[in-house]
Design a protein around this ligand. Structure first.
Ligand SMILES: NC(=O)c1ccc[n+]([C@@H]2O[C@H](COP(=O)([O-])OP(=O)(O)OC[C@H]3O[C@@H](n4cnc5c(N)ncnc54)[C@H](O)[C@@H]3O)[C@@H](O)[C@H]2O)c1
Length: 351
């Protein structure tokens, strides 16, 4: 049995990792300042005696040190995430992501604890490569465009993480997560799937930013968790960088259509320019596809959930949440928690 410390463990991905580890009878420590996460995400785990939750920041050095010392392995997920957050609070993003990662690495260095650090596919920036390989070039726009501060902060994290391995022999692993989706993901910071689901389930038109011809790859959170567990147990992965993503590609227009079909919502699709959605001169990527040869070779694991599986499971959760939150304002066609709601109607769009 091992003890895992998950920084940001009350967030979307962290809460799924905690759940899986507890299922496997591992001990889980969570340190989370609840800035974007929520105790609600881990409420169903709180009665498990193998879970210890501390509401606090990775900048509380004493607390962090204590928790790192008590852990065998650290999965560092705490960060400021989401494009909207980054544009609105660039200072917080840079400080939290760079300073926070360094704090975790410093604490881990004392006893050379293994650390898995979450980076992002955003680090590939504007690269035009048809698929992104871990050894490919990273291409950013100018520093005057604050959207690049998120990717840059994660790039600095990667350099620091590799430096702690090279210089201090702290066993570190970097994972570049591509868009991850699933239950408990918040739509508050501009993530597209939860945003579309909320819109569809509230009877609002889906708002697609830009032409909608840009494509993305979405990974179901359970696949990411599986990879994290396999990497945690694999000493050969130390000092390496891995793409974690499902290469199945979809345009945002097609994604919107599938979500409308899946929810049965009678809504349309609106297109709004990036300048209105984010800021003047906002730059986005046309495609972003992971090459997952390396993670497959190290773990033998390939994604098990197709995009349709992932959307269906995420929809089921959003439907259940909606029922809890807005039970009076909603009308459902059929079965709720696990069922397939064929018709979801809201007063605005009722026929
Ligand atoms: N979800 C994705 O699609 C995606 C894609 C690429 C990378 N990532 C990375 O994965 C990690 C987890 O992302 P997520 O989607 O679960 O986001 P999330 O916002 O749900 O989780 C981040 C968690 O970190 C916590 N946190 C933030 N700053 C903290 C601090 N200083 N001290 C303690 N806790 C702090 C937040 O409260 C939150 O619970 C992040 O590092 C993110 O950059 C996620």
């Amino acid at each position: 049995m091992s003890t895992f410390l998950i920084t940001g463990g009350a967030g979307f991905i962290g809460s799924h990792l905690a759940e899986k580890l507890l299922d496997l009878d591992e001990k889980v420590l969570i340190l989370d300042d609840l800035s974007s996460g929520s105790v609600r995400n881990i409420a169903h785990l709180r009665s498990n005696p193998k879970l210890e939750f501390q509401a606090g920041s990775i900048f509380e050095r004493g607390l962090l040190r204590e928790m790192v010392d008590a852990a065998d392995i650290i999965v560092h997920l705490a960060a400021t995430v989401g494009v909207l957050n980054i544009i609105e609070s660039p200072v917080t993003t840079i400080q939290n992501n760079v300073g926070g990662t360094e704090a975790v690495l410093q604490a881990a260095a004392k006893k050379r604890k293994k650390v898995i650090v979450a980076s992002t596919s955003e680090v590939y920036g504007k690269s035009n490569e048809p698929v992104f390989r871990e050894d490919g070039d990273l291409v950013f726009g100018p520093t005057s465009k604050s959207r690049w501060s998120y990717a840059s902060s994660k790039v600095v994290d990667e350099f620091l993480t590799l430096a702690y391995w090279k210089e201090y022999r702290v066993p570190t692993i970097i994972v570049r997560l591509f868009n991850t989706i699933g239950p408990r993901q918040s739509g508050r910071y501009g993530m597209v799937v939860p945003r579309f689901l909320r819109q569809a389930l509230s009877g609002q038109n889906l708002t697609v930013f830009g032409t909608g011809n840009q494509s993305r790859c979405f990974t179901y959170v359970a696949d990411v968790v599986e990879w994290l567990l396999l990497l945690a147990a694999n000493d050969k992965a130390v000092g390496e960088v891995f793409n974690l993503g499902n290469p199945e590609e979809v345009t945002i227009n097609e994604l919107a259509r599938r979500i409308i079909e899946l929810t049965g919502a009678r809504v349309g699709i609106d297109h709004i320019p990036y300048s209105q959605a984010y800021e003047e001169g906002f730059e986005d990527m046309e495609r972003r596809v992971p090459d997952i040869t390396r993670i497959r070779a190290f773990t033998g694991y390939s994604p098990r959930y197709s995009l349709d599986d992932a959307l269906r499971l995420t929809r089921d959760w959003f439907v259940a949440e909606k029922i809890l939150e807005e039970s009076t304002a909603f009308h459902y066609g059929l079965g709720q928690l696990g069922g397939a709601p064929r018709s979801v109607r809201h007063d605005k769009t009722s026929e």
